[in-house]
Design a protein. Structure first.
Length: 765
């Protein structure tokens, strides 16, 4: 398969948007854009073909392009505008509002105007400039509203004298302005500062905050708390999906959800980071509808490309650049930071601070380059400010909902509460703004020290076991396990043998039985919710797990997906997926393997490993006691079977421990045994697939003699009856014996006498 085919098959939406990018560019440089787009597609295809997580590398590639693109347009952003007539003499023109301030607390409403034309006594002509309007009195016009004005341009500011409204750029913007005006009119129930903060949190209308209020968030390093983000859209999408999931087909749910998200984005205004979050939700819905659960990093790459394709003017905005980089940091590093912080701060505190650290690190290349400093107090303040602003947002939405319904009289205490929260929020940001920022050289020095420290940790972990890793579940508590299952809508399914091992001593003995050395790769079959997985990840082992339950697979990726040593999850029946983990381009085969095998499929799984040629150095399995008795049975006993012969032809078997039903939740109806299998290498040239056919046919009717069972065996092996009989007789075996009386060695000698040609596929052993 070529690299281009790999890209299309793995990332169809990324590929399509990358191809659409040059088609949307019109200008003298379009051939160069086409070449760059093809180079981007080719490089992404190469990475997708040769690397294990192509979504990660697609996103990182776009991150580099993002930073380069911003620095490429930075001179444009700093450029002074020019006009067709002298600036000092300009006194009238036309323009369209590109950013608004819905209410005015100071009597002067500042908004951003895109100037289309200017005129004076010396001449007139078209112009394109973004300017901030000063000296404008009265309600601010809405985004998209056309204005004629008279005044004086001074650089990037327009000194307003007089003007009038000339309509709207598009008809729907009039509806939008009316809706926003109605929302904000309801907030007059609050005092002006409280209303201004509510407007900023609900619809991103930060222009009505005073300069000092916005500066306090910025200087505290918490500007992201005020910004509309994917969190707003995610909550809205979850509410809609929960309300519609059981009442409408998936396609209808997707269409309705996207329509509502789009309406919200249009109501909020042209905020690049919010539009990128909308495109991420769209890409997520499309992939889930067609392909299943998407890779978060691939979604991030898709959302960036879709945003740039649909709104090319947003490509060079700092808002979009910072949004993309912060999301990249959250995807790559937030879980690792959370794991490191959980022991000291708990899960919520670790997750909040870990997210702040990840986002800060990812955005450092832009923030340090643009501002020359970093406001580090945002790391400490993010957690309390997120909690407080979320509560403030909830109360604001309650005021809006009850106000639109005419029921505000039921909330007489809300203005006082919101004013208290307002004072608390700005008290925190004011405290954070009072601390000095970190200079650019100091940040570079700290980044270098952190990189060296991370290298040291990496080298240490290659030779030592890792430290304790916090987990989300108490695996010893049936109550906690059931509460978790209920919260996720999961069930412990009997057909998949989902009985969770709640005995911590037993788990420790199972891991000890693997005789693990530092850094050895391990396979785990049937991890369930990760009780054993936790121990293996904690010990720093590269881990490949096989899980058939899609819901459990999602949780395992969330909990262990960012394991520093490496974590690969293969979803589906292990019998159908384990060979894929042995392909040359995949991970190296697990040197050790462990599994709490489902009772109704345990024999099939072990037999498939043996017949397929996968013989780990140690295989530790938890199985039903009756099956363990069959595996370890000696010749002539009632439990001795073809499965006994097959297992013992490869492995030496020893008992580890016996587990009563109470060691599991839900408790099974049978006793279990943990068995350790170690290859003995007595017959390395034996083709176990053909050998299994021979033994199974000989045991097909246990009460019959070999003479009666051999015709079926001969037919299955494509031998003549006489050839197979002679193989037995040549080893001195009486055909009047029953199969249960033959030792494993006798079966191996008979197989060697048949002259069968090996069908081995050459899998690693």
């Amino acid at each position: 398969m070529s690299g281009l085919q790999t890209l299309v098959s793995l990332h169809p939406w990324t590929f399509l948007t990358a191809c659409a990018l040059p088609a949307l560019y019109v200008g003298p440089w379009w051939p160069l854009v086409v070449v760059l787009a093809l180079a981007l597609a080719g490089l992404t295809a190469l990475l997708a073909r040769h690397l294990e997580r192509p979504g990660r590398w697609t996103a990182l590639l776009l991150a580099g392009a993002t930073i380069a693109a911003f620095w490429g347009v930075r001179p444009e952003l700093d450029r002074k505008e020019s006009y067709p007539v002298p600036i000092s003499s300009i006194f009238e023109g036309t323009g369209v509002v590109s950013r608004e301030a819905p209410l005015s607390r100071s009597g002067e409403s500042r908004f951003q105007l895109r100037i289309d034309s200017v005129a004076s006594e010396q001449g007139s002509g078209p112009a394109y400039a973004l300017v901030t309007v000063r000296n404008y009195r009265g309600p601010s016009p809405g985004w998209g509203q056309k204005l004629t004005w008279k005044g004086t341009l001074e650089g990037a500011e327009l000194r307003w004298r007089q003007g009038s409204t000339a309509g709207w750029e598009t008809d729907w913007q009039e509806w939008r302005y009316a809706a926003r005006s109605r929302f904000f009119a309801v907030l007059s129930f609050l005092d002006e500062p409280s209303a201004a903060l509510g407007e900023a949190l609900v619809l991103g209308a930060v222009d009505d905050l005073t300069t000092a209020e916005k500066a306090s968030f910025r200087d505290a390093g918490c500007s992201h708390v005020l910004a509309l983000s994917g969190m707003h859209l995610s909550l809205l999408a979850l509410v809609l999906a929960g309300a519609l999931r059981r009442r409408a087909p998936p396609l209808v749910v997707l269409l309705v959800t996207q329509a509502v998200l789009g309406a919200f984005c249009l109501l909020a205004g042209p905020i690049p980071s919010l539009y990128r979050a909308w495109m991420m939700a769209l890409a997520d819905g499309l992939v889930r509808l067609n392909l299943g659960r998407p890779d978060p990093l691939d979604l991030l790459a898709q959302s960036f490309l879709l945003t740039v394709c649909l709104w090319p003017e947003m490509a060079g905005t700092l808002s979009l650049q910072l949004s993309f980089l912060s999301m990249l940091g959250l995807s790559l590093w937030s879980r690792r930071c959370e794991w490191a912080l959980r022991p000291w701060m708990g899960r919520w505190g670790g997750a909040t601070l870990g997210s702040s650290v990840a986002a800060l690190v990812a955005t450092l290349p832009l923030t340090v380059g643009l501002f020359g400093e970093v406001h580090w107090t945002g790391l400490l303040l993010s957690a309390p400010l997120v909690a407080l602003t979320n509560l403030y947002l909830f109360l604001t939405l309650a005021v809006l909902g009850l106000g639109l319904a005419g029921l505000l009289g039921f909330l007489p205490w809300v203005p006082e509460l919101m004013r208290f929260l307002y004072d608390l929020i700005f008290g925190l940001t004011g405290w954070g703004a009072g601390w000095p920022a970190l200079s650019g050289p100091l940040v570079a020095l700290c980044a270098g020290a952190a990189a060296l420290g991370r290298l040291g940790v990496f080298l240490y972990n290659r030779h030592h076991r890792g430290g304790p890793m916090p987990v989300s579940l108490r695996y010893d508590s049936p109550t906690d396990l059931q509460a978790f299952l209920d919260s996720r809508g999961f069930n412990a399914l009997k057909r998949w043998g989902q009985n969770f091992l709640i005995n911590p001593g037993a788990r420790a003995q199972i891991v000890a039985a693997l005789d693990l050395q530092p850094g050895e790769p391990v396979w785990e079959v049937g991890p369930g919710l990760g009780a054993l997985t936790h121990h293996l990840v904690e010990a720093g082992h590269p881990l490949t797990v096989f899980e058939i339950d899609p819901g459990y697979a999602v949780f395992l990726r969330e909990e262990f997906g960012d394991s520093p040593a490496g974590f690969t999850l293969l979803e589906g029946d292990v019998i159908k997926t384990w060979r894929g983990a042995l392909e040359p381009e995949a991970r190296s085969p697990g040197l050790k393997c462990v599994g709490n095998l489902p009772y109704n499929a345990a024999s099939a799984i072990v037999a498939d490993f043996v017949e397929g040629g996968y013989f780990p150095q140690v295989l530790v399995v938890t199985v039903q006691k009756e099956m363990a008795d069959r595996m370890t049975a000696t010749v002539g006993t009632k439990n001795y079977s073809s499965f006994s012969v097959l297992c013992q032809s490869v492995f030496g078997l020893t008992d580890v421990l016996v587990l009563k039903p109470g060691s599991f939740y839900p408790a099974p109806e049978v006793t279990s045994r943990v068995v350790k299998l170690v290859p003995h290498q007595k017959w390395p040239e034996l083709d176990h697939k053909l050998f299994s056919v021979l033994v199974r046919e000989c045991f097909s009717s246990r009460r019959k003699t070999l003479r009666n069972n051999l015709p079926g065996a001969a037919a299955a092996l494509r031998l003549t009856d006489d050839a197979l009989k002679n193989a037995f007789l040549g080893q001195g075996i009486d055909l009047g014996r029953r199969a249960e009386t033959l030792t494993v060695e006798e079966f191996v000698r008979v197989y060697g006498s048949t002259g069968l040609v090996s069908t081995s596929q050459g899998l690693p052993r």
